[in-house]
Design a protein around this ligand. Structure first.
Ligand SMILES: Cc1cc2nc3c(=O)[nH]c(=O)nc-3n(C[C@H](O)[C@H](O)[C@H](O)COP(=O)(O)OP(=O)(O)OC[C@H]3O[C@@H](n4cnc5c(N)ncnc54)[C@H](O)[C@@H]3O)c2cc1C
Length: 417
């Protein structure tokens, strides 16, 4: 449906991303008249680029511990009110079946993010939501018992408003942070924002020369001799530095950590452990004693990586394994469990999958997501101070918070319908 000349709405939802769509569909299905506005002509742009174009729609289970937030209790309420299985049911009803990958990640069976967006657009139309594209909201105010929503060429009135404008990451998709100003104009505090789920950079050409290699790792941020954050999963080496799920997951903590001595430490043999490594080394030493170091190490690590690690330890990769003193061998192998990765910085919002920080969750109702500053004003999605790990957690938050805001609005209007 395209926008009509109608100026008065029950609800105006600002932002047609996943959380805005979910809020719109949920309350429109209850008979509420909904206008869904988006600044862009191409809506749902983040859905289209998500999960490498396949959209990791949700995770097997999502709990507050999977998110960074200033209000875990509210996150728990919202996730319990609309857990992952409700997301699956919702999409199944729209004709989007899911498959579970890597034990925890749900993707559409069609392997297509476009398919997901098309299903949402159809569901919104079927529910009677009016979608208006190219409408960037500049101000929202409350006057004479109604909200006024204005942009350069429009003014709408509504009894309720949902701000679902996302954060600051990938600004070309439309989330340029303008929602924070809308929230602030109602007296909401914004928890300082930072890019999260972003690749880390290095200036070390030995590492950038390994672009394309992926391996499982455990990562820790160590400061003052203590590990202050951990992640595990694949590490992807790129021509600019370090990426892949393990790096993206720990990048927010890296950026927030202000200690000057912070180090990113990699365990390159996370599935083996020291005891198992020694046992396996003894066996290999007996069987392949005349092999070079590089070839022995290649039994455990990608060969090109093995070569660089040996070079950095001052060991000749071509030296025979049985000609190296035991002490030196042990020290080298031990270092594979805590290898410092030379991080020179992190990419900003242009490459960060999500934004950490945002509208303070303590200033919204913990069960309805209605503003405590202005009744009738709701928030949903990434604009709130909640960011999840990689693996479908951020979409799950968007669906759950959108559904809760939508239901709360429908409940407000129910007596009248
Ligand atoms: C490359 C990439 C891959 C990702 N992959 C995944 C994944 O596989 N799984 C996962 O769980 N998460 C993933 N994410 C994160 C996920 O996409 C976001 O967390 C999610 O889209 C946030 O939803 P949202 O509705 O809050 O905001 P957004 O999706 O950012 O949508 C906000 C909408 O609001 C509109 N808007 C903004 N300001 C205004 C305004 N002033 N007026 C009108 N409209 C406005 C924007 O145009 C936009 O359409 C990925 C993110 C990126 C960048």
């Amino acid at each position: 449906m395209t926008v009509s000349g109608e100026k008065n709405w029950d609800v105006v939802i600002v932002g047609a991303g996943p959380s805005g769509f979910m809020a719109a569909i949920t309350c429109a299905r209850e008979g509420v008249r909904v206008l869904l506005l988006d600044a862009k002509e191409t809506i749902g742009a983040k859905i289209l680029i998500s999960g490498g174009g396949r959209c990791n729609i949700s995770s097997l289970k999502a709990e507050e511990k999977d998110y960074r937030t200033g209000a875990p209790r509210t996150v728990r309420n919202i996730l319990r009110a609309f857990p992952s299985n409700r997301t699956l049911d919702f999409f199944k009803e729209l004709g989007v079946d899911m498959v579970l990958e890597e034990k925890t990640k749900y993707f559409p069976k069609a392997q297509s993010a476009k398919f997901v967006l098309q299903a949402l657009v159809r569901a919104a139309e079927d529910a009677g939501v009016v979608v208006a594209k190219g409408k960037r909201v500049r101000t929202v105010s409350f006057r004479d018992g109604r909200f006024q929503i204005t942009g350069s060429d429009f003014t709408y009135a509504a009894q309720a408003v949902v701000i679902a404008t996302g954060g600051l990451s990938y600004p070309e998709t439309g989330s340029d942070g303008s929602g924070y100003a809308l929230a602030s104009s109602f007296g909401h505090s914004i928890v300082p924002t930072a890019p999260a789920l972003a690749p880390l950079m290095t200036n070390d050409s030995d590492w950038t020369g390994l672009a394309g290699i992926t391996l499982p790792v455990k990562l820790s941020i160590v400061t003052n001799g203590k590990s202050v954050a951990q992640s595990h999963g694949p590490l992807l080496l790129t021509h600019t530095g370090f990426s892949g799920p393990a790096v993206l997951d720990i990048s927010g903590s890296w950026m927030r950590c202000e200690e000057e001595d912070k180090k990113l430490i990699g365990d390159f043999l996370p599935d083996l452990g020291e005891a198992a490594l020694w046992a396996s080394l003894e066996k290999n030493a007996a069987e392949h004693s005349s092999r070079t170091w590089k070839r022995v190490l290649a039994l455990y690590l990608p060969e090109r990586l093995a070569e660089v690690l040996l070079k950095k330890s001052g060991i000749d990769p071509k030296a025979r394994f049985d000609q190296i003193p035991k002490k030196e061998k042990n020290a080298f192998f031990r270092s594979l469990f805590h290898w410092p990765l030379p991080v020179a910085g992190a990419f900003g919002y242009e490459k960060a999958e999500v934004t950490s920080g945002g509208v303070d969750l303590n200033e919204v109702d913990a069960k309805t997501l209605e503003s405590k500053r202005c009744p009738g004003l709701f928030f949903a999605g990434e604009i709130l101070d909640v960011d999840g790990r990689i693996g479908g957690f951020n979409f799950q938050w968007a669906w759950a918070s959108g559904a809760v805001a939508g239901r709360s609005i429908a409940a407000k209007f129910r007596p009248r319908l």
